[in-house]
Design a protein around this ligand. Structure first.
Ligand code: SF4
Length: 366
């Protein structure tokens, strides 16, 4: 593998970052809490979707302490729209641990918090503690793998080589914490899966640039996934878990035996029951579903509240307050908090399926 002028590439990158860096609300804030929240939100959600949620979240829970004391319904309501709700619960667990043990000061310390893996710990050590660490996410992998190693479509299997190249080329002095962010921004804007090398600040040093500029590199068509997919099923489990939630939200408490055929047209009771039970038990473990007497599965009260406080509610300014889900979880009592003139005392009962669209229902007061 030919050697590249790595330090020159880093200088080009840092210069470009100085004028093109993304304006993200968790950047340039010297607050480990804000950075921690952003990293957890970004784990499985796109930056554009995280930005508004992050702003709302830090207004609602501005400190470790406020988050540690947060009530589950408030927590999940603030998280709604980001997906993978158990991340919100782990965030609070982490805040409680920080209140007990203090804010971590290095990579190993962050790794001891729930929900923090290798990548997140390295990112937090760099961005929050300014401790030197090798941060490799999808964008860093793509840019560094191309620029330093000449690999046109770098994969996680290349990470050990990419790590070595980053260790060699990123200086330990100065603002080294800017460099992973610069890689990320370049990977999000120019060094995309099919890159725009002609406009890239690294085009004179990048080992992959000549390959792309020759026009001979094909678009990568094979996609890889690490999501679990049950044998013979069309979609990963994530899709079926979402369908289970939608079904129970719309039908109310549902027998386990009635769930399978309603979320998967190829469901076979003998072959697929264990798979279905595993998915349902995961949702129960995450505090989203609960098993009732008689074998009915229903939403927890918390999750019912989350559905009621939908994103569209907040967008339209029609915030509602959950007063009391009734016993069947099929109807829920809500109060209109602003906008529109409520009849009587402003309290309405509505069926749970409608609650996700509660803003329009409330405004119309049908
Ligand atoms: S020159 Fe092309 S391949 Fe290299 S870093 Fe820039 S955009 Fe990516």
């Amino acid at each position: 593998m030919p050697a590249t002028d790595g330090s020159r590439a880093i200088r080009q990158l840092v210069r470009w970052y100085g004028t093109h860096k993304r304006d993200l609300p968790w950047r340039d804030i010297n607050d480990a809490y804000f950075i921690f929240v952003s990293e957890i939100m970004l784990q499985q959600t796109q930056v554009d979707r995280v930005i508004p949620k992050f702003k709302t979240w830090v207004k609602r829970f501005p400190t470790w302490n406020a988050l540690a004391d947060a009530k589950t319904p408030d927590l999940l309501a603030a998280w709604a729209g980001l997906g993978y709700n158990n991340r919100a619960l782990r965030l609070r667990d982490a805040a409680r641990q920080v209140m007990r043990d203090g804010v971590p000061t290095d990579e190993d310390g962050w790794k001891r918090l729930p929900g923090v893996g290798t990548y997140t710990a390295a990112a937090l050590a760099e961005f929050a503690n300014h401790r030197y660490a090798v941060v490799i996410d999808t964008n860093v992998r793509r840019v560094a793998g191309r620029a330093f190693l000449g690999i046109v479509h770098p994969q996680p299997t290349h990470d050990s080589r990419i790590r070595r190249s980053l260790l060699t080329n990123i200086p330990r002095r100065g603002r080294h914490w800017d460099i992973p962010q610069a890689f990320m921004d370049l990977g999000a804007s120019i060094c995309l899966p099919m890159p725009s090398c002609a406009t890239c600040p690294l085009k004179t040093t990048c080992l992959a640039a000549p390959k792309f500029l020759s026009g001979k590199v094909m678009r990568r068509t094979r996609t890889t996934t690490t999501e679990y997919r049950h044998a013979g099923k069309k979609h990963p489990d994530r899709i079926y878990r979402g369908r289970i939630l939608t079904l129970i939200r719309e039908r109310g408490p549902t027998r386990l035996s009635a769930i399978g055929p309603n979320v998967d047209t190829t469901f076979d009771a003998v072959r697929d029951n264990a798979w279905l039970e595993t998915m349902v038990h995961r949702l129960i473990k995450d505090g989203i579903l609960t098993m009732k007497k008689g074998g009915h599965v229903s939403l927890t009260e918390t999750q019912t509240a989350v559905f009621a406080r939908s994103e569209s509610d907040e967008r339209r300014g029609n915030l509602t307050e959950i007063l009391r889900p009734d016993r069947s979880h099929r109807r829920i009592k809500v109060r209109l908090l602003r906008r529109g003139t409520p009849r009587n005392d402003g309290i309405q009962y509505m069926k749970t399926p409608r609650v996700t669209g509660v803003s329009s229902t409330c405004v119309a007061f049908r």
